[in-house]
Design a protein around this ligand. Sequence first.
Ligand code: G3P
Ligand code: CA
Length: 314
Amino acid sequence: MRSPVLLMIESPMLRATLALVVLLPVVTLSAQYQKKTLVAHRGASAYAPEHTLSAYKLAIEQGADFVEQDLAITRDGVLICLHDASLERTTNVEELFPGRVSTQTIEGKTRMAWLANDFTLAEIKTLDAGSWFDKKFADEKVPTFDEAIAVIRGKAGIFPELKTPEIYAGRDVKFEELVAVALDKHGLRGPKADPKTPVILQTFGQSSARRLAEIKIGVPVALLLGSPAGFETAAQVKAWKGIVQGFGPAKQIVLKNPDFVKWAHAEGMTVTPYTFRSSDTGAFKDVTAEMDHYLYTLGVDALFTDNPDKFPRK
Ligand code: G3P
Ligand code: CA
């Protein structure tokens, strides 16, 4: 039954936002992983252009348990799947919109960029998101989050990342709430959530992780770590208990400090390191051997890989 307070509020947007806070119960978080788990990083991105529907479909064919999406937000407020905050690395935006470049500071570096948040979805849909990888993918488009869900749901879980939340500061964007609304639209959270399409959220943004906990997002959240700073003792790891349900550390963090896995597990939190790719296996003979070591010797629960077909199942 809808709250009388909500019925009195005229603005649909305001009503939707309040409903997230008022009506959602604290959802019991189901076990995140039932087995050693394969997360396809940006899809099967070793073999198809990252964050395209082809990469997502191939990841499912190769046995992915979850398919990752990095999320960005268009100027007109639509969630799209794009790793970079800007469009020039993976599309032909520079050719189609030469005058739309601006100076941006992204992840601490100032450079000229075609920021996705400066373009409407209609504009972004004119871009070729596949040729940079291989001409045979020239017809690929930047997918919306809705389109990604439609392709993946029922076949694998989704693992969306709230990417570079800091770039939306001052832009009147509520990233966490937009994701919550999208999950609701597709029935992917709450007591009636689709069990065939589990969802785990991830973010490097500590503020964003805290905000997700505040709005009782109701699906597990993994905090991504690019460096061990602030996570070098069991107590520092424990401090995040109840805020996030797991960590996504850069793989070197776990290799250098295997106790990290024990500290997280002692608090009931999962560890999902990134990124395992055949082009960068360090001292390991191949990417399968590397993933095997992390999963079965270091004891991580899951991992992100560009090569889903090389994941070692036992
Ligand atoms: O989200 C896990 C891993 O993908 C983090 O690195 O830069 O590939 O998003 P990135
Ligand atoms: Ca990511």
